[in-house]
Write a new protein. Structure first.
Length: 249
């Protein structure tokens, strides 16, 4: 099965920088069977979408980094699935930077997932424990608890289309890596959870990603893990040389 490699550009790149990055990635990524998803900020999203369309570039799909849980209304500064659905096929939902910095709770995340599905956008749901939870031996319980609440508004057929990124918070943007054996244990835990809660077919259809300080040197050690279906890459997705390597491993 081909890997999914998601690049989360976070709050980086203006229009010109985004165009340059996409052009360079397009030149460098020659041979890959990875499903590559670029997640720019909202301001550059339509420019990147037009660039891909105008130049007939099909090797990248687009995603957004968040959406509001409503379709429209008095929500100043927010962007809805309705607005991005013609441009983005994917949406990162519940990223820890949103959970932590913007107090995004599991109830809101559940609504955002339902909104994505209603608009035919595939959610990339992020789950992960913080350092304290890991040190207390609560990593697995934390993640299962997040899933229980986050998926509460989805029916089984919708769950089977999900992409889930296991992103230990202490490994995001820190250069600290989760060990491949820890990631493998967590992936098995996730798989078992979906088998028990839904069934084996659902569990096998869900794409599981790992994210947290992935770079060109460690990427393979994660994609080699049983049940890992790809990577969510933050900082390294802004460097065309590194990201191209990750996409072609
Ligand atoms: C992320 O943004 O989801 C992420 C994993 O970031 P980084 O790769 O920089 O740790």
């Amino acid at each position: 099965m081909s890997n999914m490699i998601v690049g989360n550009w976070k709050m980086n790149l203006d229009i010109q920088q985004a165009k340059t990055l996409v052009s360079r990635l397009n030149e460098q990524i020659i041979k890959t069977d990875a499903k590559i998803v670029l997640c720019p900020n909202y301001i550059v999203l339509s420019t990147v979408s037009e660039l891909l369309y105008d130049q007939g570039i099909t090797k990248f799909s687009l995603g957004v980094q968040n959406i509001n849980d409503h379709d429209d209304g008095p929500f100043t500064g927010e962007v809805s699935a309705l607005m991005v659905k013609g441009l983005a096929k994917y949406a990162i939902i519940g990223h820890s930077e949103r959970r932590v910095n913007y107090d995004e709770d599991n109830q809101t995340i559940a609504k955002k997932l339902a909104t994505c599905v209603r608009h035919n956008i595939t959610p990339i749901l992020c789950v992960g424990e913080n350092l304290h939870e890991r040190q207390e031996g609560l990593a697995q319980r934390t993640i299962i608890d997040q899933l229980e609440q986050d998926l509460s508004e989805m029916v089984t057929s919708e769950v089977s289309q999900l992409v889930i990124a296991y992103e230990p918070i202490w490994a995001i943007g820190t250069g600290e890596n989760a060990s491949p054996s820890d990631v493998e244990k967590m992936m098995m835990e996730l798989y078992r959870y979906f088998v028990n809660k839904y069934n084996e077919l659902v569990a096998s259809k869900i794409t599981l990603l790992y994210g947290g300080s992935v770079d060109a040197d460690n990427a393979k050690s994660y994609t080699n893990i049983n049940k890992v279906g790809g990577l969510l890459v933050g900082g390294a997705s802004l460097n065309y040389k590194v990201f191209s390597k990750i996409c072609q491993l």
